[in-house]
Write a protein that binds this ligand. Structure first.
Ligand SMILES: C[S@@+](CC[C@H](N)C(=O)[O-])C[C@H]1O[C@@H](n2cnc3c(N)ncnc32)[C@H](O)[C@@H]1O
Length: 209
């Protein structure tokens, strides 16, 4: 497992600051909706897959990995990863610090990938999706739980809100994540919209290149 201290200029610095408060701040949302949606997202993954999680954060999903899970939970922020290390996880799940836009894995290393609440803060979703397409085998599943730009008038509210959230937390409130995934060459298997279409489960399939 490679864990290196990030430089202050790294993008990871944002979440290094947030890390000590993250789990507590998320608790009300988890109770209201997120915990249930996390479980549904993981239910879309094959039980015996070699699995990659990107942006694993403090390890909020570790309890949801299937018993036979093996693979990698990767994360950019050193401090988030440090907290994840303190959580119980499946024996064959390794923790790695890296950037989703530059994954240190060979082509087709995984059968499936998962990310929850990550594509809102990734600097380049285009590059991250290209990397997921490369490291997940053809025909593999990519399951996302993401907050996105909702449809209709609310979308414009989120465009305005995003100016503030990007400045404060590097968090884009108006990402069109499913569309971005399609542009990268992934097929949408299913989208489940929750909370006025703001929080979505997006199940994707990796196509042959
Ligand atoms: C809102 S948190 C979500 C954490 C966790 N997935 C969860 O569901 O609680 C976003 C996470 O994405 C990570 N992240 C942001 N940009 C990233 C990137 N380019 N590569 C990998 N992780 C990234 C952040 O460090 C942070 O831990």
């Amino acid at each position: 497992m490679k864990i290196t201290a990030p430089r202050a200029s790294d993008k990871s610095a944002t979440y290094d600051h947030i890390a000590p408060h993250y789990d507590k701040a998320m608790r009300p949302l988890e109770r209201w909706l997120l915990a249930r949606l996390r479980a549904k997202t993981f239910a879309a993954l094959p039980a015996t897959a070699r699995l990659l999680e990107v942006g694993a954060g403090t390890g909020a999903n570790f309890g949801l990995y299937p018993e036979s899970a093996r693979g990698v939970a990767s994360e950019l922020s050193f401090k988030m990863l440090e907290l994840a290390r303190g959580k119980e996880r499946k024996r064959r799940l390794h923790l790695v610090q890296n950037c989703a836009e530059k994954l240190p894995f060979a082509d087709a290393s995984f059968d499936a990938a998962v990310a929850t609440l990550v594509f809102c803060s990734i600097a380049s979703p285009t590059e991250a999706f290209a990397e997921l397409r490369r490291v997940v085998r053809a025909g593999g599943t990519i399951a996302l739980l993401e907050h996105v730009r909702p449809k209709g008038l609310l979308g414009y509210v989120f465009d305005a809100l995003s100016i503030l959230t990007v400045a404060l937390f590097d968090d884009h409130f108006n990402r069109r994540t499913a569309e971005e995934a399609e542009r990268a060459g992934l097929s949408i298997t299913r989208i489940e919209r929750h909370a006025l279409g703001i929080i979505n489960i997006i199940i994707l399939k990796n196509n042959e290149k």
